[in-house]
Design a protein around this ligand. Structure first.
Ligand code: IPM
Ligand code: MN
Length: 349
């Protein structure tokens, strides 16, 4: 029996999570597995009421689950940063979810803003380091508030942290078994400490994966190639900050935040799956938000806990829905409501 922790969160989070759980319920009957859901009320509302972001022992509690399913974090009445750092980043760090896995895949019927590119050309995966780099929160102010103020933000990269991320990327590339090409995305020409370590580690680890072709691209050039020749990419590995930025670009070329999902993965522990868009407060409770990103996150969750067949069936159904049933991936323009979109996925399983 799988134990699933669910954090619906803020804004439209609860609505899209409801659809993901609807799909999980249907799949559990079809593929004969059992699960139990425990809901956590972490998010903006709880914080405004209690002043608490995560209750004492909350993270410890999460360790008892097989996986975590997250809706969205971010509330218009809470100062930016408090919930993001207090819930999302805290969970990623404290549960050592050191990989942020973000597939960029254009499904049939989905419009990409890139002219002349289709599902054949847009299908790659970004492996983003998820515990270190600029996100570590290291740095300081000097002479704060004066004309001579200096703000220092440190990119913190450990050999251990970089190596485990790169190894995961090589393994993932091998398992994916497509172009068998891993591209390191960095900035070796300017950030000569961090990317020296990344590059050295990449080449050392590559020696153990002679079946995988390796490549390197600067992060700025990567943004260019992602638009110009996305078909060149198979698996990309990069640090936390660059990964954050290029995966928003990736989400756009695969049709938008309505479809983009990601996993925060601890290969040896508990992982968390989420739609990568925000809480979209202006659409809250309107039943117009697209739940496909959350449903795609459920697909990643299922594949992570070992329900490969259910995950494969779910992806097929999502592809059927994008190809045949949904007019657009944008909120309010789908041609159906949030709950109807969830029903369509269930019907096509
Ligand atoms: C993401 C988000 C987060 C990040 C924010 C909300 C802290 O943008 O998951 O990509 O920067 O990692
Ligand atoms: Mn982001």
């Amino acid at each position: 029996m799988y134990q699933i922790a669910v954090i619906p969160g803020d804004g439209t989070g609860p609505e899209v999570v409801r659809e993901g759980l609807k799909v999980l319920q249907a799949l559990s009957q079809k593929f004969k597995f059992r699960y139990e859901v425990t809901t956590f009320d972490w998010g903006g509302e709880r914080y405004l009421k209690t002043g608490e972001v995560i209750p004492d022992g909350g993270i410890e509690e999460l360790k008892r689950y097989n996986a975590i399913y997250l809706g969205a974090i971010g509330h218009p009445d809470v100062k930016p940063g408090i919930l993001e750092k207090g819930i999302l980043l805290r969970t990623r760090f404290d549960l050592e979810q050191y990989i942020n896995l973000r597939p960029v895949k254009l499904y049939p019927g989905v419009l990409t803003p890139i002219k002349d590119k289709g599902p054949e050309e847009i299908d790659f995966v970004v492996v983003r380091e998820n515990n270190e780099g600029l996100y570590k929160g290291m740095g300081e102010f000097q002479n704060k508030g004066t004309k001579d103020e200096v703000a220092i933000q440190i990119s913190y990269n450990t050999r251990k942290g970089v190596e485990r991320c790169i190894r995961y990327a090589f393994d993932y590339c091998r398992k994916r078994d497509k172009k068998k090409t891993l591209t390191l995305v960095g900035k070796t020409n300017v950030l000569t400490y961090a990317w020296d370590l990344w590059e050295r580690t990449f080449h050392e680890v590559a020696k153990e994966y002679t079946d995988i072709k390796t490549d390197y691209a600067h992060v700025d050039a990567t943004c260019m190639w992602m638009i110009k020749n996305p078909e060149w990419f198979d698996v990309l590995v990069t640090d936390n900050m660059f990964g954050d930025i290029i995966t928003d670009l990736g989400a756009m070329i695969q049709g938008g935040m309505g479809i983009a999902a990601g996993g925060n993965i601890n290969p040896e522990g508990v992982s968390m799956f989420e739609p990568i868009g925000g809480s979209a407060p202006k659409y809250t409770n309107m039943n117009v938000i697209n739940p496909l990103a959350a449903i795609a996150a459920m697909q990643m969750l299922l594949s992570n806990i070992g329900e490969a067949e259910a995950a494969a069936a779910l992806e097929k159904s999502i592809m059927h829905v994008t190809a045949n049933d949904i007019k657009s991936l944008s909120a309010g323009k789908m041609g159906c409501s949030t709950s109807q979109a969830g029903n369509l996925v269930v019907r096509n399983l």
